[in-house]
Design a protein around this ligand. Structure first.
Ligand SMILES: C[S@@+](CC[C@H](N)C(=O)[O-])C[C@H]1O[C@@H](n2cnc3c(N)ncnc32)[C@H](O)[C@@H]1O
Length: 383
């Protein structure tokens, strides 16, 4: 039998607005043992049904809502169907450029909190935040396999990756984004192996690359540089701290016939930006796609200061009239806040926004869960 959680009056509005995270302060009383992953029936102060959830094991947000329908049974067939529905939702999405690297499950936006599944050709790679969906991962993998005709589903896990369905993907896979080809490492690469959230942004940024000398900071496996060089950039300098990422970047440059004009370099990005400025170098197009600098809870000022100094260092390397394509993948960095950081870094230098960039439609934003909006970007022209 499911636990029953009675929420406070104050919790009614957020729950009725379909906010999927229940914070500890919203809980009035609990009947049941509150075991990690156990089902919870959420009811209002008068005992009225509100939602079904799972205990998350996280003290600040102890319950994640899974269903708003009263006659739901949280069993394997429910989760199998939820995965299949997520796949169905992607059918016909205008993914530009055409690709076989697609996010099939995007957590809360697909009703499967904290879970991500990325499709790479015939395989899917899963990551998750928390362990509360673990009893249902096999059912989810089977829903994905059936509806997306996959050969295998791999779960990435610090304690050891696991094949959840079918067969393990090979050590590396080659995916396509339009004309471009990229080798990815589904077993050890960062996140699930590839940043498909930047797919359409790679194209947008590459549209400014004709004849440009490009600096690609935090290049990972070279996605932006390959797109820029194939769009006519005269050179690209790639910076990243990960040797494994740079090795794949080198392979991707070769795979796309543009290795000669590229210089991958392993370094700390901040240090290298400073030393490039000291060397008197500058570029027509600088791309800045750092990892999440914002800590999830609190310490916002410190993270904002880190973004600010990064923008400042990058801007010093942009020639007058040149462009900076700059990104934040931190949900805590709203568009308005990011604009403010970029404006402050530009100081007295004219800074014109040419394009605003965002996450693509296979990473939909659930409006009742603002945290699902995490990727924001700007292409600015600096005077
Ligand atoms: C968000 S990913 C970049 C994704 C990439 N632009 C793409 O489109 O595939 C961030 C990258 O920053 C690199 N990184 C993290 N800290 C770094 C540092 N201090 N200096 C240089 N690179 C760093 C990581 O290795 C990772 O490849």
């Amino acid at each position: 039998m499911a636990d029953i959680v009675t929420v406070t009056k104050r919790a009614l509005q957020p729950l009725n607005s379909r906010r999927p995270w229940v914070d500890a302060g919203m809980i009035e009383r609990t009947r049941g043992a509150a075991h990690l992953g156990a089902a919870v029936r959420l009811v209002g102060p008068r005992g009225e049904f509100l939602a079904w959830g799972l205990w998350s094991g996280e003290p600040r947000f102890p319950i994640r809502v899974i269903s708003w329908e009263p006659d739901t049974t949280l069993d394997p067939s429910f989760f199998h169907a939820a995965a299949a529905a997520a796949v169905q939702r992607r059918v016909g999405l205008p993914l530009t450029p055409e690709t076989d690297a697609v996010r099939l499950i995007f957590g809360e936006a697909d009703g499967l909190p904290g879970l991500v599944a990325d499709r790479y050709g015939e395989y899917a790679v899963l990551t998750r935040e928390g362990r509360f969906l673990d009893p249902y991962l096999i059912a989810i993998a089977s829903g994905l396999t059936e509806s997306a005709s996959l050969a295998g589903v791999l779960l990435r896990d610090d304690a050891g990756n696991r094949v959840l369905a079918g067969v393990a993907p090979p050590e590396t896979l080659t995916i396509r984004e339009g004309e471009l080809r990229f080798e990815i490492d589904p077993h050890e690469g960062q996140k699930t192996g590839w940043f498909c959230d930047q797919r359409q942004n790679r194209l947008r940024v590459a549209a400014y690359a004709g004849g440009a000398e490009v600096l690609d900071v935090f290049c990972y496996t070279g996605g932006f540089s390959v797109a820029a060089l194939r769009s006519g950039a005269s050179s690209a300098r790639l910076l990243d701290s990960s040797a494994a990422a740079l090795a794949l970047a080198q392979r991707n440059l070769t795979l796309n016939d543009c290795p000669e004009a590229a210089t991958p370099e392993r370094c700390d990005a901040m240090d290298r930006l400073r030393s490039l400025a000291k060397e008197g170098l500058s570029f027509d197009l600088v791309i800045l796609d750092p990892p999440k600098l914002q800590p999830p809870h609190g310490k916002a000022d410190r993270a904002e200061a880190a973004y600010l100094s990064l923008q400042g260092l990058a801007m010093k390397l942009v020639r007058p009239g040149g462009r900076l394509a700059t990104f934040s993948c931190s949900g805590a960095m709203s568009r308005a806040r990011f604009d403010g950081v970029v404006a402050k870094a530009a100081g007295a230098r004219p800074c014109r926004v040419l394009e605003r960039l965002a996450q693509p439609p296979d990473h939909p934003i659930l409006l009742s869960h603002p945290k699902s909006e995490y990727l924001t970007g700007l292409i600015v022209e600096l005077g």
